[in-house]
Design a protein around this ligand. Structure first.
Ligand SMILES: [Zn+2]
Ligand SMILES: [Zn+2]
Length: 204
């Protein structure tokens, strides 16, 4: 029943792309860049879904090509759909070629995503962006750009809102078990217990 997590740091903003697998099935979380590296890390795993924690370009830059080459669906939260239009402009500023991804469907608060024998729950955590989601399985949380080690996602970009971010983290993440390991969108892993004690931006 255990999840295996492989981390690939991709692209100009050092985004964490996660290959999350159980048995022979895998999800790709936040494929921001580096299609070939992601494909070789997947190896013989069967990819069942591509998920973005939110619609910023550094989390979705490789989605379209992977979606075509693997023939799998791409899902994200509906409320970040319009950020995908802005994402292209941001990517150009970094001198990057960018293909706007097309979600095949949207994920909702509380939705369970099947993976092998597991099911992974989507938690809607608006604040960094309106459609930010975290993904939870047992004591493993993928937090996107909502919560980082010792920090939180910026809220000065389109659709960002600090009060929402604060509320999302306190009401939906700090209520999880302290032992929960947090795999963020950038930087090292942390735990819920550590952030509750030491995160200077959002206090429990
Ligand atoms: Zn972001
Ligand atoms: Zn990011």
């Amino acid at each position: 029943m255990d999840l295996r997590v492989e981390t690939l740091v991709v692209g100009p903003l050092s985004t964490n792309c996660y290959i999350v697998s159980n048995r022979d099935d895998a999800l790709i979380v936040d494929p921001g860049w580096d299609v070939e590296r992601i494909l070789s890390a997947i190896g013989d795993l069967r990819v069942t879904l591509i998920v973005a924690t939110h619609g910023h370009f550094d989390h979705v830059g490789a989605v379209e090509e992977l979606r075509e080459r693997l023939g799998v669906e791409f899902v994200m939260h509906r409320r970040d759909e319009e950020l995908l239009d802005v994402a292209a402009e941001h990517a150009v500023r970094f001198g990057l070629r960018f293909r706007r991804p097309r979600p095949d469907r949207y994920i909702e608060e509380g939705e369970e995503i099947e993976l092998g024998d597991c099911s992974i729950r989507a938690i809607h955590t608006p604040g960094h962006s309106p459609g930010s989601v975290c993904l939870l399985f047992g004591f493993t949380l993928f937090s996107g750009d909502t919560l980082f080690m010792g920090s939180v996602g910026r809220t000065d970009l389109t659709g960002g809102n600090f009060d929402q971010l604060d509320s999302s983290i306190r009401r939906k993440l700090y209520v999880l078990d302290d032992a929960t390991i947090v795999y963020p969108g950038h930087g090292p892993t942390t735990t819920i217990g550590f952030e509750k004690r030491f995160n200077p931006f959002v206090r429990p």
